[in-house]
Design a protein around this ligand. Sequence first.
Ligand SMILES: Cc1cc2nc3c(=O)[nH]c(=O)nc-3n(C[C@H](O)[C@H](O)[C@H](O)COP(=O)(O)OP(=O)(O)OC[C@H]3O[C@@H](n4cnc5c(N)ncnc54)[C@H](O)[C@@H]3O)c2cc1C
Length: 165
Amino acid sequence: MQHSTKPQIVVIGGGFAGMACVRALRYADAEIKLVDRRNFHVFQPLLYQVATGGLSPANIAAPLRSIFKKQKNVQVLMAGVDGFDMAKRSVVLDDKSELPFDYLVLATGSTHHYFGRDADWEPLAPGLKTIEDATEIRSRLLTAFETAEETYDPGATSREIGRPV
Ligand SMILES: Cc1cc2nc3c(=O)[nH]c(=O)nc-3n(C[C@H](O)[C@H](O)[C@H](O)COP(=O)(O)OP(=O)(O)OC[C@H]3O[C@@H](n4cnc5c(N)ncnc54)[C@H](O)[C@@H]3O)c2cc1C
């Protein structure tokens, strides 16, 4: 592969922020690499609908390569980012390979937390930031309805009648 003389821009994260950044750079005379551990964008505001069975995961996810297929200066890479070598100006990926950059944009989003009560609250209230979180919650909800179908005791919990919640 020939080494390019164009500025190398690495954008980490294909959420709203990373996508907006890449889109804003559409006329830049540069080579952009959009790196995300998933090769699809998740429309997070609709995760609730997936978690409650109103939509399927495919309805709220879109492949990043399709989104940017007309933008010639961007390449989408599916990889997790493990760290950075700032002296070498490179991103360290989860396979330990390195991605050099002239400009780096971090748009990796945020996650939920439990104010130090992880052990108490996490099992009862999972996060809702990913498709996996949403399908886990959907599974718990639907299983709870199935459990309710099988009991006449209004006070029974799924655990009491031997079903996983
Ligand atoms: C359930 C829910 C409902 C919401 N409803 C609304 C709403 O109604 N209105 C509104 O304005 N906002 C809403 N929000 C908030 C909004 O969706 C978020 O603020 C927005 O999605 C954040 O975008 P982001 O690009 O900063 O991060 P994200 O969308 O989280 O994107 C971060 C990306 O970085 C990637 N990434 C993270 N770490 C790494 C790594 N180490 N290596 C590689 N890739 C990595 C992730 O895979 C992800 O694709 C909602 C959020 C949730 C969770």
